[in-house]
Ligand binder design. Structure first.
Ligand code: PAF
Length: 278
């Protein structure tokens, strides 16, 4: 596996490969776990060459402390990528990606105004800044994203439409720990006690289809969830049911269109998200 740290070298290698091979791309912020590796595997199934990037993107953190404590595990990440037979890992420094302040602002309409967009102002603009730069550099045929970041996937699809590129965005399923907790680099920041509390999140999510089938309204489910996650180490940020494509909030369960339930919950200082398509 080639380890590349500058854009010029990355572009020159890929310019050659692009003539012969389909290029798959997995952008990450490192601290890789089996969820990321499943994206690499999917890319390898669908493309002949796979590029992974590791870059903790400062412009998508609206909280400095969150950026500082974000886990950085480059050595282990590289080992995992070699074992997964990735072809290139691109690990730039901040100056390489942002030689000048990026002043671009993106407009994703409703999509980035709600949920994590409302809770983390500027977050999706920062994601769009870095992903557009990475897409320009890698020019992949396909890019692979985990559906755990449900809102991010919708925004990246819209970004690609606005960039007028042909990159296909492949949304891959959530990978879960044995107890159901959605895999996330942030899980490593949880204490043993917090990790136990976190395992309640997927249990609550898994109970939703049967509560729906039993005739509970979403507001009744929401009340139960709010009481479960109030205090005792939890702080519920949002628990919402929306149209799965527009993220326009629904008041109740319906079978008239595809819905998604999304949750964000703080366990101590760590904010975890999860979602379920109904
Ligand atoms: O999902 C992530 O890890 C990041 O938001 C991404 C897409 C790599 C951009 O920094």
């Amino acid at each position: 596996m080639k380890i590349i740290r500058n854009l010029q070298e990355l572009k020159s290698v890929l310019n050659d490969w692009r003539k012969e091979f389909k290029i798959g791309f997995v952008p990450t912020m490192g601290a890789l776990h089996p969820g990321h590796i499943s994206l690499i595997k999917e890319s390898k199934l669908q493309c002949q060459k796979t590029v992974c990037s590791i870059f903790v993107n400062p412009t998508q953190f609206n909280d400095k402390k969150d950026l500082e404590r974000y886990p950085r595990t480059e050595k282990e990440d590289v080992k995992l990528l070699i074992a997964a037979d990735c072809d290139i890992v691109f690990i730039p420094e901040v100056n390489e990606m942002y030689p000048h302040k990026d002043e671009r602002t993106f407009d994703f309409g409703h999509l980035d105004k709600v949920l994590d967009g409302a809770a983390r102002p500027g977050h999706f603009n920062g994601v769009a800044q870095i992903v557009s730069k990475l897409f320009d550099a890698v020019k992949p045929d396909k890019a692979f994203f985990g559906i755990k970041d449900y809102q991010q996937v919708l925004i990246i699809k819209e970004l690609v439409r606005q960039m007028k590129t042909n990159i296909e965005i492949v949304a891959c399923p959530i990978m879960r720990e044995k107890d159901g907790l959605a895999m996330s680099s942030r899980n490593t920041l949880l204490s043993t006690q917090e990790r136990k509390l976190a395992s309640v999140i997927p249990k609550v999510m898994q109970s939703i289809p049967s509560l729906k089938a039993a005739g509970y309204s979403f507001s009744e489910v929401k009340k139960q969830v709010a009481s479960k996650f109030s205090g005792n180490g939890y702080r519920l940020d949002y628990f919402i049911i929306s149209d799965a494509n527009s993220l326009i909030e629904d008041e109740d369960f319906t079978d008239s269109h595809q819905q998604v339930v999304l949750i964000a919950c703080f366990i101590g200082h760590i904010r975890l998200i999860d979602n379920m398509l109904l």
